[in-house]
Design a protein around this ligand. Structure first.
Ligand SMILES: *Cc1c(COP(=O)(O)O)cnc(C)c1O
Length: 360
């Protein structure tokens, strides 16, 4: 028997979520964001599951794009960080990858390149996130350089939101205004929306959306937002009980004795720990499901093990399934309890956790 942990990846859920993103922004094409190994779900498998219908894919950097090309993906592939050196320009050409140009050096490398075929490019503006992109006042000059460049075949204008997951905050409106003003005279498609903007900011949809986390079934707006009901979790992280014991009132559990039984308590151990990607900071009370019953983490998370409260669950036994997150336990709830976000839970899944694909 292998160690019972696995991450079941529901490819039909990814397809459902992609279609939902398209339905919400019916006038736009959608790049499925599969950077960081498709947020831990396996970039090749996810891209193949979407290959028939996705308008394109987005990854962070060239090697991630090459992996998709080598696995037979033909759709456009955008590199969200662009390239890191002029030498990398040749990869774009060879693998037909589309760079984001977000800085003056990147723009100069592109202008100086001599690709065999003209390139598609996305030009990024810093409309207020203040992380990457050309300042609004420098954008027209960068645009003109690309528009005049004989080896640039097409151009998309893009920006990224800092606070789209806060539907009541006006910062997203402000970013939209800055972007609209600085691009008013330019004739090119536009792209602004991450998942949160696809879900909450219809006016930002533009010509291309860039949904990421929503493809994997976690709403960036939280489980209380109506959008959460329409998304299907794409990952079930599950393991099994490997130990069960009954403790008396006053007995401590695990490292540091963080949890102390307030009453006679049945404690189970599941084969999953922080070295698998389960958050070490999960406090007592973090939700978990055992054999279909909701319960909680008790005691500090160890490298390979977690301890759970089994008190009151009937007929519980070694071997029973434990769901860390998935259809019963919301990844957002585990993340919130642990002071992080579902993005980090998914991307932290370690190589030692087998990904098991299911479709339909
Ligand atoms: C990662 C990323 C996205 C996707 O964001 P989600 O919040 O996961 O939908 C979109 N655009 C850019 C530039 C990104 O880096």
């Amino acid at each position: 028997m292998p160690r019972p942990i696995r991450a079941r990846i529901h490819l039909d859920a990814v397809r459902h979520n992609y279609r939902h993103a398209k339905t919400l922004a019916p006038g736009a094409r959608a790049l499925a964001v599969v950077k960081a190994n498709a947020y831990g779900h396996g970039a090749v498998a996810v891209a193949r599951a979407l290959a028939e219908e996705a308008d394109g894919f987005a990854v962070a950097y060239a090697e991630e794009g090459l992996e998709l090309r080598e696995s037979g993906i033909r759709a456009p592939i955008l590199l969200l960080d662009g390239v890191f050196s002029p030498e990398e320009m040749t990869i774009l050409d060879r693998a037909a990858l589309t760079p984001v140009i977000h800085s003056r050096p990147q723009l100069d490398w592109l202008l100086a390149a001599r690709p065999e075929r003209p390139l598609d490019c996305w030009l990024k503006m810093d409309s207020g996130m203040h992380r990457m992109g050309f300042a609004p006042e420098d954008f027209a000059a960068a645009y003109a350089d690309l528009a005049d460049c004989p080896h640039v075949r097409s151009l998309v204008l893009m920006s990224h939101f800092a606070r789209a997951d806060e539907p009541d905050h006006d910062y997203t409106e402000q970013q939209m205004r800055v972007f609209a003003q600085a691009t008013a005279a330019m004739r090119a498609p536009r792209s602004l929306s991450n998942s949160a903007a696809v879900l909450a900011w219809p006016r930002a949809h533009g010509d291309w959306t860039r949904p990421g986390i929503m493809l994997y079934g976690a709403s960036p707006l939280g489980d209380e937002h109506r959008s959460a009901d329409m998304l299907r979790p794409a990952m079930t992280l599950e393991s099994a009980l490997i130990s069960v014991r009954d403790l008396d009132r006053g007995e401590p559990v695990g490292y540091g004795g963080r949890f102390v039984c307030a009453r006679p308590t049945r404690v189970g151990v599941a084969a999953v720990g922080y070295a698998d990607g389960y958050p070490r900071h999960a406090p007592d009370g973090t939700p978990v499901a055992v054999g279909g019953h909701m319960t909680r983490i008790v005691g500090r998370v160890s490298m390979d093990l977690v301890t759970l409260d089994l008190t009151g669950i009937e007929n519980v036994a070694i071997g029973d399934p434990v769901e860390l997150w998935g259809g019963q336990v919301s990844a957002n709830a585990v993340a919130e309890s642990s002071g992080t976000i579902a993005y980090q839970l998914f991307t932290n899944i370690n190589r030692r956790v087998p990904l098991v694909y299911e479709d339909g």
